[in-house]
Design a protein around this ligand. Structure first.
Ligand SMILES: C[S@@+](CC[C@H](N)C(=O)[O-])C[C@H]1O[C@@H](n2cnc3c(N)ncnc32)[C@H](O)[C@@H]1O
Length: 307
């Protein structure tokens, strides 16, 4: 049976959640509401089948899934940024099942993954726990169990979209605290101007609920299994590069470089229904993302900064 990974927010449409609901629910950085929002994220990631989630990231064939294309492009850019680093200690904040552990080890780093969701950390242990130089800890990025100025390189990939706007500065400050002066930090963001996300966030809520029924019907048919890794109950944030860079600078970090990636111009679900074509188009368009006038086509962007 063919398995399609599908990322949707159909319950948001069905349950009446609004865009940026997670952010709006938060009054202040340390408020009970903030803790509740973080708790919701932890519950969501603990509810996932972490092994399947990791497979979804790591093992899908490049040309058969647009999300695999997204993750593999992202990984290539991140590892390219780290190429000039001399190894040492790397901290992966919001590491999920730790798909960066292997590549970081190969690049000569000692890897430490931290994540809120114990289920993700268990999966990291299961996959890589017996390897020397790899460590996983359950922890909150707002209070890292790490001494100040002790980390040579920090990764924060695919995590800040789960953090409210009000709390973002707090997270960045805490991450900057643990990086050594002169150390590097790499962040990935979802691009607010990407047509893929614009359709997803503004035009799709109604269509999405119809697709949910199609997904259910497909699953019932047993011809195709559609797996849903959606952020149920809340929306993921999308970002504008200039604002992010201003915030990173305000945290005392200086810009090393920024790269857009994954020119997936098809909306979510449609791209999964025609994966080969969407990956083909994304790969063809990828070189155009380097042009400032076309960078908005990228689904995501990566920012590297130095402390
Ligand atoms: C989409 S996954 C990204 C996983 C991994 N970084 C990657 O990109 O392959 C987001 C992860 O961030 C974690 N996360 C969210 N908020 C967090 C927090 N406050 N502290 C630590 N981890 C957090 C979630 O539990 C989840 O595993």
């Amino acid at each position: 049976m063919r398995v399609i990974g599908i990322v949707s927010d159909y319950r948001k449409a069905r349950g009446g959640f609004r865009r940026n609901d997670l952010g709006m629910a938060i009054e202040g950085a340390q408020s009970p509401a903030a803790d509740d929002a973080v708790g919701r994220v932890a519950r969501y990631f603990n509810s996932l089948d972490a092994a399947a989630y990791a497979d979804h990231y790591a093992h899908e064939a490049l040309d058969t899934s647009p999300s695999a294309y997204f993750f593999q492009r992202r990984q290539a850019i991140v590892m390219g940024v780290l190429q000039s680093s001399k190894g040492g200690r790397i901290l992966d904040v919001g590491c999920g099942p730790g798909i960066f552990a292997g590549p970081c080890l190969e690049r000569g780093f000692r890897y430490h993954g931290i994540d809120l969701a114990s289920r993700m950390i268990d999966e990291g242990h299961r996959r890589f726990g017996n390897l020397e130089g790899i460590e996983f800890t359950v922890g909150d990025a707002r209070q890292l169990p790490i001494p100040s100025d002790s980390i040579d390189a920090l990764l924060c990939l695919g995590m800040l979209e789960y953090v409210s706007q009000e709390q973002e500065a707090l997270y960045l400050k805490e991450m900057a605290r643990v990086v050594k002066p002169g150390g590097i930090a790499v962040f990935s963001f979802l691009n607010a101007r990407s047509p893929h996300w614009l359709v997803n966030d503004y035009a799709f809520p109604i269509v999405r609920s119809c697709l949910w029924h199609i997904k259910e019907a497909l699953n019932k048919s047993k011809l195709v299994a559609v797996r849903d890794f959606s952020a149920k109950g809340f929306s993921t944030r999308k970002f504008r590069p200039n604002e992010r860079m201003a915030l990173l600078r305000a945290t005392g970090l200086s810009l090393v470089g920024m790269t857009y990636f994954s020119a997936n111009v098809l909306p979510p679900h449609i791209d999964s229904l025609m994966p080969r074509q969407s990956v083909w188009a994304a790969a063809k368009l990828e070189p155009l993302l380097a042009k400032p006038s076309l960078s908005w086509l990228g689904q995501g962007f990566i920012v590297a900064v130095r402390k």
